[in-house]
Design a protein around this ligand. Structure first.
Ligand code: SAH
Length: 396
């Protein structure tokens, strides 16, 4: 099951033919302070379904919002106004949606804010900000803001917790909690936009969670954040990182979305990869890289391979040569990441020298490679660390 109960009630993508515009219904309902409702025997059930859909109001496309608002007795044009408040102006307070009628604002109030900022740490070294957001059901997620010279990046989470179980990752420790809705993914970006007041130029879906296990909401998020009536970010400015769910990578290639794909590889043999990444028990390295090559061919977007350098485990000369052989002629870019030490894990990055040496071997083999500048190391910027620390301090 890809979507959990929380998001099951998001309506399909049909444009819907709903009722004709009915401004008199809106006017009369405004006068009584209540939106007009249909009088049916199943009203209780229908109301609770409507509640569920409104709970997901920030995950809906404009045409879906039209259908919802028309079912509640509002005219069609209210949908466009609401969509713009949510996605173009990033408003989390229905009371501030001043061109909407008061009764609609009141109706929406219980469903906002979708994500609420709990705490934020700012790195003194490089200005990176790490946010902890709480969702309506109390789940906590992390997001990171990284100011770079060439533009500001936001790293968002796609799930609360993660079920992939990679041994080096802090997100894996508490296991999987639930999928995020598209609106909750966008809400992280909008929360950061409101806080920093600065443009977001790039989004990386590289926080907690495995985005390919929340596929439908991921696609919806990409379409919403790039929607021309909303924030309008170019799809080319989005990167999605996966541990390698092969059928989903192939499906993703066919979506017509020029997103950059990043593959978390971190090992050079299936046997070694199985030791740190349980997903390797299901998909071998060759078939995973082949799916990535297929992604590159179909989208024209160069694939990035992420490789966390863990001292003595995967950072020797043998590993560098084997990695070069695996990637030969694929045209991928390699991002070497000195492993971020996570207290519970006991893994260490190699020396600066060994990292440079690893990079040189790849270069000698004509592999395009960079070492990722470690950002926010003074603020637990590795995924899952802040959330764990906060959960721990709450328990104390
Ligand atoms: N599930 C997705 C996205 C989330 S993890 C994926 O696996 O790609 C984002 C990236 O951070 C992945 O490349 C992951 O392997 C890496 N990562 C996790 N823990 C890390 C650590 N302690 N040090 C360095 N990179 C880490």
């Amino acid at each position: 099951m890809e979507d959990n109960v929380y998001v099951n009630n998001i309506v399909g993508s049909s444009t819907g033919s709903g009722r004709a515009e009915d401004s008199s219904a809106e006017k009369s309902s405004a006068a009584t302070g209540k939106a007009e409702r249909r009088n049916t025997v199943n009203r209780g059930e229908e109301d609770s379904r409507a509640e569920d859909r409104l709970r997901n109001v920030t995950s809906l496309y404009p045409e879906e919002l039209e259908k919802e608002l028309m079912a509640e007795g509002y005219p069609k044009f209210r949908a466009k106004q609401l969509f713009q408040w949510i996605h173009a102006r990033q408003t989390e307070e229905p009371s501030q949606m001043t061109n909407l009628p008061k009764n609609l604002r009141e109706r929406l109030t219980p469903f906002f804010p979708v994500v609420r900022e709990v705490t934020c740490q700012t790195s003194k070294k490089d200005g990176t900000r790490k946010y902890l957001f709480a969702m309506q059901d109390g789940e906590m997620i992390e997001s990171v803001w990284m100011p770079y010279e060439h533009g500001n990046s936001v790293c968002i989470s796609s799930q609360a917790g993660c079920g992939m179980g990679c041994t080096f990752c802090a997100s894996a420790i508490g296991g999987f909690h639930r999928n995020l809705t598209a609106g909750e993914m966008a809400g992280q970006v909008y929360g950061i936009l409101r806080d920093t007041g600065k443009r977001v130029d790039n989004i990386v879906v590289m926080g907690t969670g495995e985005p390919m296990q929340n596929y439908d909401q991921l696609i919806r998020f990409i379409r919403l954040i790039s929607h021309e009536e909303g924030y309008g970010l170019s799809v080319r400015s989005i990167t999605v990182s996966t541990c390698g769910i092969v059928p989903r990578i192939r499906q993703f290639a066919g979506e017509g979305l020029p997103v950059t794909l990043a593959l978390s590889l971190h090992a050079v043999t299936d046997e070694e990869r199985r030791r740190t990444m349980p997903v390797a028990r299901t998909y071998g390295i060759e078939e995973t890289l082949d799916a990535c090559s297929c992604y590159f061919e179909q989208t024209g977007r160069r694939v990035t391979v992420e490789y966390a350098l863990i001292r003595d485990e995967n950072d020797t000369e043998r590993h560098a040569n084997a990695l070069s052989a695996l990637l030969r002629d694929r045209g991928f870019h390699v991002n070497l990441i000195p492993v971020n030490p996570v207290m519970e894990r006991g893994m260490r990055p190699g020396t600066r020298n060994s990292q440079e040496n690893f990079k040189k071997i790849l270069e000698k083999n004509h592999i395009n490679v960079t070492i990722r500048r470690g950002m926010g190391s003074d603020i637990d910027a590795a995924c899952g660390q802040l959330r764990r620390k906060f959960a721990g301090s709450e328990k104390e």
